[in-house]
Design a protein around this ligand. Structure first.
Ligand code: FAD
Length: 386
């Protein structure tokens, strides 16, 4: 049975919504998509912002994956009447549709009492401000937070010649991405590039005097020209505060993306895809991923649901990747924090390795470092060739 709406309003011109539109058109959807985004630079790709963009010149390029002939209205959603499937906006008044798709992604978490001038990175504007500061001669940076974005920034800024210091409350880099594995290896990547690290420390204060910043962490005063806050992202659900959707952890949804009301019922005709959506797992908990690939899968699966297909997109194990310190790091599956980590392949001359995490009998999860071929064979359950 198809569930084809005639008119779909999408909030967020993102990678998830691009895939929803593209796949819907492939499946013969002839209805109308109304897309709005509050960022005048949208659509663009976020992953390069912490990587190639900071090493290059020129503007942020428009995303090549945005479907041709799909206009984007520059407007901000400021409220939602769920029972009427009506989006309230700042510039377009009320927009009514048969289906509302929430694809508003996530925004940077800022530290409490963070002074003005501390940089962060989520948008094209943020990336431009950071690159301008480096181009203007900044010689050193303190990065607060060593998640994937903080670690990528450490790598890119070190490549640009800055003296980089990373501080984190966690005991190791990318604690969440690696579920606690590979901490010593990831620290070594940083140290080999000359990055100074302080793990397991709390930031006590951030102050600016003249052109220099001072960041006080447990017992230490650190000084630099730039301070960048990279302490994580929070789903963009502020505009849904007065709706009756359950936004306790992003937009709480069924496993296939139907938004839930605070009563636990499905909100008819309201869907959420990408980083903003938290999907219900078999154990009843809600899981949110901040992953480009996962966002695309959400978009494709929703298009297939509209078209009446049994979608296989969400059956796939989670996948994430990061690029830093000359390494492409890929993760397949949910890494069990207490699972045994076994190196099953290594090629030291290329800094390449493949690790299995968890027992071989169960569905193993995999971490690949500069080993895309071995990683993809392993994650498809195939034997490793030499
Ligand atoms: C610097 C950086 C590097 C990254 N690198 C990687 C990587 O290497 N690998 C990886 O897997 N992932 C990476 N990610 C994460 C990846 O980019 C995200 O998972 C992906 O962009 C999520 O897409 P999305 O569809 O959920 O929406 P987003 O890309 O977050 O887009 C949401 C859109 O909604 C708009 N919006 C928000 N609120 C409103 C509103 N009220 N009204 C109208 N519009 C609104 C925003 O302006 C935005 O354009 C990176 C992210 C960043 C910031």
């Amino acid at each position: 049975m198809t569930h084809l709406p005639d008119r779909v309003v999408i909030i967020g011109a993102s990678v998830a919504s691009a895939m929803l539109i593209e796949r819907s058109r492939e499946l013969g959807f002839a209805g109308e998509f109304i897309v709005m985004d509050s960022d005048p630079n949208a659509p663009y790709d976020r992953p390069p912002l912490s990587k190639q963009f900071l090493l290059a010149t020129g503007p942020v390029e428009p995303a090549e994956w945005w479907p041709e002939a799909t206009p984007i209205l520059n407007a901000k959603a400021i409220g939602l009447l769920t029972d009427k499937r009506t989006v309230l906006t700042d510039k377009l008044g009320e927009v009514v549709a048969d289906a509302v798709v929430i694809a508003t992604g996530a925004g940077s978490i800022r530290l409490p009492n963070e002074p003005a001038g501390v940089l962060s990175l989520r948008t094209a504007e943020d990336a431009l401000a950071l690159r301008n500061a480096v181009d203007a001669g900044a010689a050193s940076a303190i990065i607060i937070g060593a998640g994937t974005i903080g670690a990528e920034l450490a790598s890119t800024l070190a490549q640009r010649g800055l003296a980089v210091t990373v501080v984190d409350f966690a005991p190791q880099p990318m604690q969440r991405f690696f579920s606690g594995h590979l901490g010593e290896e990831a620290k070594a990547w940083m140290h080999q590039a000359g990055v100074v690290t302080h793990f397991g420390v709390a930031v006590k204060s951030i102050q600016k005097t003249d052109a220099q910043w001072t960041v006080q962490v447990s017992g230490l005063d650190l000084h630099a020209d730039l301070v960048i806050s990279a302490v994580g992202a929070r789903p963009n659900t502020g505009w849904l505060t007065y709706s009756d959707l359950d936004i306790s952890n992003g937009v709480c949804c069924t496993a296939d993306g139907k938004a839930l009301l605070t009563t636990g019922e499905i909100a008819n005709g309201i869907f959420a895809i990408g980083d903003v959506s938290a999907r219900q797992a078999e154990d009843g908990t809600f899981r949110r991923f901040e992953s480009w690939t996962q966002a695309q899968r959400h978009g494709a699966a929703l298009a297939e649901y509209f078209a009446g297909f049994e979608s296989m997109e969400l059956e796939q194990a989670p996948y994430g990747w990061t690029e830093q310190f000359g390494r492409k790091v890929q993760v397949h599956g949910m890494l069990p924090p207490a699972g045994e980590l076994v190196q099953v392949y290594a090629a030291e001359e290329r800094n390449a390795a493949l690790y299995r995490v968890g027992s071989a009998e169960e569905d193993a999860a995999w971490i690949g470092v500069n080993a895309p071929r071995q990683f993809s064979r392993a994650s498809m359950g195939m034997s490793l060739l030499s």
